[in-house]
Design a protein around this ligand. Structure first.
Ligand code: PSV
Ligand code: MN
Ligand code: MN
Length: 388
């Protein structure tokens, strides 16, 4: 039975994609960080920008924070500020990669004093979560080594397990720990959490409230990411996504920009595995906007996810199964490709309008004059950057 846009609109209505606060700060490469007018100077201004994205798209009801980049004295007040702007505070990201003490590791460090300092930072993050009402603590570790023999890779794994156990013991009843993996960078010989298997092994040892975070940019070229999505969903351990896209390394480009077909395939496996609109699987962006304006960059990103979600929902599951079971290779492939090639943009535009949203949020933002307004208002002070 052919699936129509009307059949999928209810599922689109509940889609939520969390925005990262750091996407609104200046970022760049090691060669140059370009500033943009109107860049936020405070966590509050980053939240206000995220709220603007939600206002125009209805897709981004929460903002992830990074501690200490978004450090404030009163997190309950920050939560109230966010809610006044129509959004919630979401995932709390820890940071153990910008302190000289962590040169040779954080949760894996051989020095117990430094390792405890890294554990204590996570306790602080859990304290923040208690005040903000956040559910997820996301841990991405820069830990690793550059040369064979530099570290005892097994001992490091054991110390990480011990550190995570101590952090997990403080995770509250309604909270979760998600462990992100990355195959290289900043360490080049080995990373202590390089792949989903390592993350899975570590979080499985902790318990039910510990899950894997899959950042789409953190895989070697050619990796079949949708297979990993399928497997983690099958195992009940896919906690969250960090969406972005990459041409070469950890490019952090707009999701769906480099390879829309890959995004479609990933979301198809999410749909197939029951991960869509499932509160157990958090959809988040992890992006930086080096040369483009940040608010439109985030608007484009959530629209890309929505568009590929609509296309993935249009896959005719019945026809697909019939073709697969019959060994009809090309027929099965055609079912998937038909959905991928469906232009859902006119239907999405009409659907947005029917919900009181602008048909074209990109155009609406450009016409709103908001960018000029914040550029005029936000003069002076220190603009936020990826690292502050
Ligand atoms: C570093 O690779 C990174 O991009 C990770 O993906 C984290 O999620 C992000 O920084 C924020 O800490
Ligand atoms: Mn990430
Ligand atoms: Mn990354």
């Amino acid at each position: 039975m052919t699936i129509t846009f009307a059949d999928i609109s209810a599922q689109l209505a509940t889609q939520a994609i969390e925005l990262p606060s750091w996407a609104f700060g200046n970022s760049g490469t090691r060669f140059k960080v370009f500033s943009t007018p109107g860049t936020p100077r405070t966590p509050q201004e980053k939240i206000a920008d995220a709220a603007k994205v939600h206002e125009l798209t209805g897709l981004a009801p929460s903002v992830a924070l990074h501690i200490p980049w978004d450090k404030v004295d009163d997190y309950a007040a920050l939560r109230a500020f966010a809610q006044d702007h129509g959004v919630d505070l979401g995932t709390i990201n820890s940071n153990t990669f910008q302190d000289d003490d962590y040169k040779f590791g954080s949760l894996t460090h051989t020095d117990d004093v430094i390792r405890q300092k890294a554990i204590d930072h996570h306790f602080e993050c859990i304290g923040v979560m208690d005040a903000t009402g956040s559910r997820d603590l996301k841990i991405w570790l820069a830990d690793g080594t550059n040369y064979p023999g530099q570290g005892d890779i097994r001992g490091r794994q054991d110390r990480m397990a011990d550190s995570l156990e101590k952090i997990y013991a403080r995770i509250g009843e309604n909270q979760r720990l998600v462990l992100e993996y990355k195959f290289f960078e900043p360490a080049f010989y080995h990373m202590d959490v390089p792949d989903w298997g390592t993350s899975y092994a570590q979080v499985t040892a902790l318990g039910d409230k510990a899950l894997v975070c899959l950042d789409t940019g953190h895989h070697a070229p050619g990796t079949n990411i949708e297979f990993i999505v399928m497997q983690l969903l099958r195992l009940g351990k896919l906690g969250s996504f960090d969406f972005n896209s990459r041409f070469y390394a950890d490019d952090d480009l707009i999701v769906g920009a480099a390879d829309p077909f890959q995004l479609f395939r990933i979301i198809y496996e999410v749909v197939r595995g029951g991960g869509l609109n499932n509160p157990d699987v958090a959809f988040m962006l992890d992006q930086c906007h080096n040369v483009e304006d940040k608010i439109p960059g985030q608007i484009r990103s959530v629209l890309n996810v929505q568009e590929m979600t609509a296309r993935a929902l249009l896959v005719d599951g019945g026809a697909l199964k019939t073709a697969q079971d019959a060994g009809d290779v090309l027929g099965a492939n055609a079912v998937l490709m038909d959905a991928f090639y469906t232009d859902v943009r006119p239907d999405l535009a009409a659907w947005r309008e029917s919900r009181g949203l602008p048909a074209d949020p990109m155009k609406a933002y450009a016409a709103s004059g908001h960018l000029a307004k914040i550029a005029a208002e936000r003069v002076g002070g220190q603009q936020a950057s990826w690292g502050a």
